[in-house]
Each structure stands twice: as structure tokens, then as C-alpha cells.
Design a protein around this ligand. Structure first.
Ligand code: GRF
Length: 199
């Protein structure tokens, strides 16, 4: 009941959201702890950042596995060894199989750089600008088999400003991502802890 929720963070790149989660979890009162960082790209900058922060980090080169089932089986082994109960996708650039998602049903979060259900998929900042939107933002949601379509946990909005390009807009959204993801993880981890109490 009282233990923190052991969380695995899946990344593919720089891992700035991962770092925000690690930073938040430094506080012993935070309801989740980061048990493992996993990257599908062993050279991802986020791996080094996790190690420097004292968090266990593992690169599993997806290209070296025979296929998605084998790669996901290796991730499952690593997550089980870390006793992870929850997964946070943080710039993880692979679509998880329905079987993996089902195994972790209600236990995978993702952060997406748009105000879902608007702008699912990639290049959200470019598309927000091209569509002339006045507002943009980010969403933390549960992962389901449908891409970027699972139940929403939390959202943050930013204005689109005159003179914005995709990089400027992305940077404004990213500031909110780093605030929102730890907050959303805390909400979900508290709910998991409350559920443990009811068992
Ligand atoms: C973020 O914009 C996130 O919303 C998206 O991928 C990016 C990852 O950035 N899913 P980082 O690796 O966390 O810095």
C-alpha cells in the first residue's frame, strides 16, 4: 500500500521528459519511483542522462531482434526484472503491439505533443501551424491499441504566437510537457496505490 509505484520509462532519444520524471521522483513523497529506463536505441542521449542521474538504464537495440514479438519479449523481461508496475512512454518512437498493450492494460502512459484528440501522429507542431490554430499543447493519456487515442489523464495548453515556427512552438509545448508528465504520473500512481489498499 505504501510503497512507491515502480515505473519503467521507455525512450528513443534525448529523454527530456524522462529527466523531468526522474527529477520529480527524487522527492521521496512522490508516489512513483523510476525503476528502469529502457531505450530501443542504445545510443540514445537519454540513456546517458539516466545513468548520470543514478537510474538503471538499458539499451535494447530493436534492430537486433528477429521481430517485434522478440523485442517486446526482451522489454517485458527487463521490466519484470525491475519489478515495474507502470510504464511511461517518453519519446518512444515505436508502436507497441496490441498484445504488449493488452498485457499492460491501464498501466502504460504516453505524452503526446498536441491537444488530443486533435493532431494524432507525428509533426504535430508543423500541422498546428499549417492549420492556423490559435492554441496548441500536450496530452498525457493511457495507451491503447489505437495510436494516440487512449483515455486522457491531463492536458496543458499553450498559445500559438505570431512569428512562431515549429521549433519555437515545440519549445513552448515542451516546457508544459515537463510540468504535466510528472503531475499526471503522480495522479495515476496515487490511484494505483489506492487500488492496492483496496485489495
Ligand atoms: C516529446 O515532444 C513528446 O511529447 C513526444 O516526443 C518528444 C520526446 O522528447 N512524444 P524527449 O525525448 O522527452 O525530450
Amino acid at each position: 500500500m505504501t510503497g512507491r509505484v515502480r515505473t519503467g520509462v521507455l525512450i528513443s532519444g534525448r529523454g527530456s521528459n524522462m529527466s523531468a520524471l526522474i527529477e520529480a521522483a527524487r522527492n521521496k513523497d512522490f508516489p512513483a519511483e523510476i525503476a528502469l529506463v529502457l531505450s530501443d536505441k542504445p545510443q540514445a542521449a537519454g540513456i546517458r542522462a539516466a545513468q548520470l542521474a543514478g537510474v538503471a538504464a538499458l539499451g535494447l537495440d530493436a534492430k537486433r531482434f528477429a521481430g517485434k514479438p522478440e523485442f517486446e519479449a526482451a522489454m517485458t523481461v527487463a521490466l519484470a526484472a525491475a519489478e515495474a508496475e507502470l510504464i511511461c512512454l517518453a519519446g518512444f518512437m515505436r508502436i507497441l503491439s496490441p498484445a504488449f498493450v493488452e498485457r499492460w492494460r491501464g498501466r502504460i502512459l504516453n505524452i503526446h505533443p498536441s491537444l488530443l484528440p486533435d493532431l494524432r501522429g507525428l509533426q504535430t507542431h508543423e500541422r498546428a501551424l499549417a492549420e492556423g490554430r490559435a492554441e496548441h499543447g500536450c496530452t498525457v493519456h493511457f495507451v491503447t491499441a489505437d495510436l494516440d487515442a487512449g483515455p486522457i489523464v491531463a492536458q496543458a495548453r499553450v498559445p500559438v504566437l505570431p512569428g512562431d515556427d515549429a521549433d519555437r512552438l515545440a519549445a513552448r509545448v515542451l516546457v508544459e510537457e515537463h510540468r504535466l508528465y510528472p503531475e499526471a504520473l503522480a495522479t495515476v500512481a496515487r490511484a494505483i496505490r489506492a487500488g492496492r489498499g483496496a485489495e
